[in-house]
Design a protein around this ligand. Structure first.
Ligand SMILES: [Zn+2]
Length: 406
């Protein structure tokens, strides 16, 4: 009798232990599809649990980075060789790269309420900073907790506004994907420049800015404390944790380019809006339409400026406006130090995905201008820019943000 509870506990701990936490022997390949046949062949691996696409297949001749589990490497290479698909090994052993990086990193502490662009800040530090900004600049900045994450962390927006109602809103969010560490600093730099640099005070006279620096704080913190390459939320499933929040929005949900398998990196959830984080974003945006005029979703990596649609190759009706604005943003970023983005629809010519926030904001929330910004890669893993690379990225991106504002 006394053994029963122990047995029961063991069973439970076994059922939630299939998430990948060690990357020993995992390789990252860079493959370059040159024909549609090659692209379609590579795309089939998207649905295989042994493959984690760090960047997506978007254009022919554009490199795609994919992490492959040890047991699948031989067969993957065989396919690439047979089909004459160009590839190279980007990372020989992901675990070793991560360990090396951990040994290198000695992180300076950030004083409460301060911001830094030479370290990656933790979620609590980010919240302390935006609260401090709101306290120091109460005439133009305020914070609001618009929801709680699954694990109970605050989902806090900062609003930058001179008051009045019915002004157009620029809404910016970051870190819906936990491991994309360069995205919160970009959001924080925008806040910093708007509120703490008087030169930019014009930018919020006629426009309100709403910024959610971390959409997925549970996942984001988990990448700091446990698994650096975690992408999803942290809701427990029966076997694996987490949902890809950017496949969880209820527009063309689970139609394409998303997985119904809970251990997949692109698991769309058991229903649309299963995640409290996506429901919170949904409710905030719906409560503020039609004032939200521009939606920016910050991701990494790959240097893409992507507008709808992701779920279909049909052209969005305001494609000319979206494309020319994207081009102008890219020109401004490029002028800083030559960083070049590719501008196009998410389903540029190749593969669709559905359930993303930006298709939903366009189709359901009626926000005409929306972009997914895939920021530059950095560091050994692509998701890991050196802390010293944060400032160059955030400053060049800021030049693009100014163009979005205009
Ligand atoms: Zn992402």
């Amino acid at each position: 009798m006394t053994l029963k509870p122990i047995y029961f506990l063991t069973l439970i701990s076994l059922t939630v232990s299939q998430d990948l936490t060690n990357y020993e022997g995992y390789k990252v390949y860079q493959v370059v599809p040159e024909t549609l046949d090659q692209a379609s062949l590579i795309n089939k691996f998207q649905y295989d649990i042994n493959f984690d696409f760090w960047t997506e297949i978007r254009l022919l001749n554009a490199p795609v980075d994919v992490m492959v589990a040890p047991l699948a490497q031989e067969s993957f290479e065989a396919v690439l060789n047979t089909e004459n698909i160009e590839y190279s090994t980007l990372i020989e052993n992901v675990e070793e790269t991560l360990q090396k990086r951990n040994r290198r990193r000695k992180r300076a502490t950030v004083e409460a309420g301060n911001v830094t662009f030479t370290e990656f800040m933790r979620h609590e530090e980010i919240l302390a900073y935006i609260d401090q900004v709101a306290a120091d600049h109460a005439d133009v900045a305020s914070t609001e907790v618009i929801g709680k994450s699954f694990e109970g962390r605050d989902l806090t927006i900062i609003k930058i506004s001179t008051g009045g109602s019915d002004k157009p809103i620029i809404y910016i969010e970051a870190a819906i994907h936990a491991r994309e560490w360069i995205s919160p600093p970009v959001a924080l730099y925008i806040i910093n420049q708007l509120v703490e640099n008087p030169e930019n005070s014009d930018m919020y006279q006629d426009v309100d800015w709403v910024i959610l620096p971390v959409v997925n704080p549970d996942g984001y913190e988990y990448t700091h404390t446990d698994v650096r390459l975690w992408r999803k939320t942290r809701t427990p499933g029966t076997i694996c944790y987490g949902v890809d929040a950017n496949r969880n929005f209820d527009y063309q949900w689970m139609v394409t380019g998303a997985s119904n398998w809970q251990c997949s990196e692109t698991y769309a959830g058991h229903v649309a809006f299963s995640e409290v984080e996506t429901r919170t974003v949904r409710d905030y945006l719906l409560a503020n339409t039609p004032n939200v005029k521009l939606f920016l979703d910050l991701h990494s990596y790959g240097q893409w400026l992507l507008y709808p649609w992701a779920y279909t190759s049909d052209l969005v009706e305001n494609i000319e406006e979206l494309h020319s604005l994207g081009d102008r943003v890219n020109d401004a970023i490029y002028a800083v130090r030559g960083t070049n983005y590719t501008v196009g629809s998410s389903n540029a010519i190749l593969y669709a995905s559905s359930g993303g926030s930006r298709d939903w904001t366009k189709a359901v929330a009626g926000i005409d201008l929306g972009y997914t910004v895939e920021l530059p890669r950095g560091g050994d893993s692509g998701f890991d820019p050196d802390a010293s690379d944060i400032l160059p990225v955030v400053t060049e991106t800021w030049e693009g943000i100014k163009v979005f504002y205009e």
